[in-house]
Design a protein around this ligand. Structure first.
Ligand code: PNS
Length: 169
């Protein structure tokens, strides 16, 4: 079938990729906004065997599932290898990324250009909510490790997991 009817029946999919060690309110804001723009949103958690995180990938996935439970069209999966292969296997034509500041742009642009060159997958940049423009998982972990208050920067379930993990030492 061709024409508007067949185009209209296509499911619009996008992926929000990242390390999510752990997910922050900044990530969640981008995922929530992507979920309003697309029919299906995959949150793809990168498996990086050469870098041990604070949380195992399965723990990160559990936390993301918990805090995105209200978004019916969001699903969470791990991936390793190239993001474009994850996209190809699931027929995902678009990557959605948050841009916090101009400093993010150089590397993000390189990745976007590489990815479109590899398989034609597009990257859509969403301006981060200014409330979270300084926010990263690394900073959250550092501040929390030194006893700083990060309760306004991560969802309650993540705060609990973070405090539990840091208490373990
Ligand atoms: O949260 P992060 O660590 O900034 O996320 C980076 C991520 C996972 C989006 C990026 O490293 C990535 O896409 N990795 C998958 C491997 C890949 O496709 N590399 C080529 C990128 S052009």
């Amino acid at each position: 079938m061709t024409g508007p009817e067949s185009e209209g029946s296509q499911v619009r999919r996008a992926v929000c990729p990242g390390s999510f060690d752990p997910i922050t309110n900044g990530h969640l804001d981008i995922i929530a906004r992507a979920s309003r723009l697309y029919d299906e949103v995959y949150v793809a958690v990168m498996i990086n065997k050469s870098k041990k995180g604070l949380f195992e990938v399965e723990e990160r996935i559990e936390l993301i599932r918990e805090v995105t439970a209200d978004y019916a069209n969001v699903r969470v999966e791990a991936f390793h290898g190239l993001l474009v292969d994850f996209c190809k296997q699931r027929d995902i034509p678009a990557i959605v990324k948050g841009l916090r500041a101009v400093s993010d742009f150089d590397y993000e642009l390189q990745m976007a250009q590489m990815n479109i060159g590899l398989t034609g997958v597009e990257t859509l940049f969403v301006p981060t909510n200014p409330t979270y423009s300084f926010l990263s998982s690394s900073l959250v972990k550092e501040v929390a490790a030194w006893g700083g208050d990060v309760s306004h920067l991560v969802p309650p379930a993540v705060l609990e997991a973070l405090n539990g993990r840091l208490r373990q030492g």
